[in-house]
Design a protein around this ligand. Structure first.
Ligand SMILES: Cc1cc2nc3c(=O)[nH]c(=O)nc-3n(C[C@H](O)[C@H](O)[C@H](O)COP(=O)(O)OP(=O)(O)OC[C@H]3O[C@@H](n4cnc5c(N)ncnc54)[C@H](O)[C@@H]3O)c2cc1C
Length: 305
């Protein structure tokens, strides 16, 4: 399928660019690997986004972003972009080898939390996941591990308890005694086992995918025999692996752009946290989305002449 524009990532930046382009009657597809809304959809209360004097919840705000862009015809599809090819006039992005082409591509992949342990990249999509709501149902009656105890990790782990035979919640904290309802309800589940003071060391597996997670504990290294590892802890890094060697990235992997958010490759833009090592906010992501959306329109008009 051929589009005027493809946007990778449905956080505040991507949805804003989608709104601008779809409202100008362009054929636009937004590809999102997880749930719509990006990082801010994981927070309950946002007080510094203008227009909401009482504050607003992240999911509520992002739901409004999505509805507004869709009202103008933005198409949304679920999937993790793992390939990118510069075909000159048309750029090709792909999901597990399935290609989509467009005249312009906007990268709005934000930050992805990575453990940075051996096996994480190798088993990505074969047992390693960053989204329980996307992949959880694949683990029906199978054991899984969740790393982290942030609100987001707890929410995703709770989702997994509906499918998995056992959910190991692995945390570096020495103790985890949540006071909120979600945390309490997670620990009360029969199929949940909390593993404290534990640091993930390595994800192991074979041809079929993940089969275990090795962790370091005060009593020595231990192996959790799991079919899936859901990662919600570790260092946040820009989600730019599929762009390596195609556009200029800085040493930390952030995309380098000009003032219009265009990358070193003509027709490819980067917006929001993925290009911004400092001041990562919803308002700045929205600003980038608007700039790139308008510059893409200029680019598409110039190509049409
Ligand atoms: C807990 C928390 C609280 C915060 N609180 C505030 C606040 O109060 N105020 C504020 O202004 N900011 C806050 N922020 C920061 C704000 O959320 C970010 O700056 C903003 O979300 C950046 O938007 P973005 O669209 O650039 O990226 P993101 O929100 O990171 O969205 C990127 C999207 O791209 C998707 N994606 C990534 N890789 C791929 C791929 N390969 N294929 C397909 N999809 C992909 C991701 O799943 C994600 O949905 C907070 C962040 C967090 C984590």
């Amino acid at each position: 399928m051929q589009y005027d524009a493809i946007i990778i990532g449905a956080g505040p930046a991507g949805l804003t660019a989608g709104l601008y382009l779809a409202r100008a009657s362009k054929k636009v597809l937004c590809l999102e690997q997880g749930r719509t809304g990006g990082q801010i959809a994981t927070t309950n209360h946002l007080e510094n986004y203008p227009g909401f004097p009482e504050g607003i919840s992240g999911p509520e705000l992002m739901d409004a972003f999505e509805r507004q862009a869709k009202n103008f015809g933005l198409e949304m599809m679920n999937g993790r972009v793992d390939g990118f090819r510069d075909g000159g006039e048309f750029k090709e992005v792909s999901i597990s080898g399935f290609p989509f082409t467009a005249k312009v591509v906007i990268v709005a992949t934000g930050l992805v939390q990575k453990l940075g342990v051996p096996g994480e990249e190798e088993f990505l999509g074969r047992g390693v996941s960053y989204c329980a709501t996307c992949d959880g149902a694949l683990y029906r009656e199978r054991p899984v591990a969740v790393t982290g105890t942030s609100d987001w990790a707890v929410e995703e782990a709770l989702f997994l308890t509906r499918f998995a035979s056992r959910v190991y919640v692995v945390t570096q904290l020495v103790s985890f005694n949540p006071e909120d309802e979600e945390g309490k309800s997670l620990l009360a589940k029969e199929n949940v086992e909390l593993v404290t003071a534990a640091t993930p060391l390595e994800i192991l597996g074979d041809m079929r995918g993940v089969n275990s997670l090795v962790i370091k504990t005060p009593e020595g290294d231990k192996t959790l025999f799991v079919d899936g590892v859901f990662i919600f802890s570790g260092k946040k890094r820009p989600g730019t692996e599929f762009l390596a060697g195609l556009v200029n990235l800085d040493a930390a992997g952030y995309v380098v752009t000009d003032e219009n958010c265009e990358t070193s490759l003509r027709g490819v833009y980067a917006i929001g946290d993925v290009r911004r090592p400092k001041f990562r906010q919803v308002a700045t992501a929205v600003g980038d989305g608007a700039i790139a959306g308008m510059d893409c329109l200029r680019h598409l008009r110039a190509k049409a002449q």
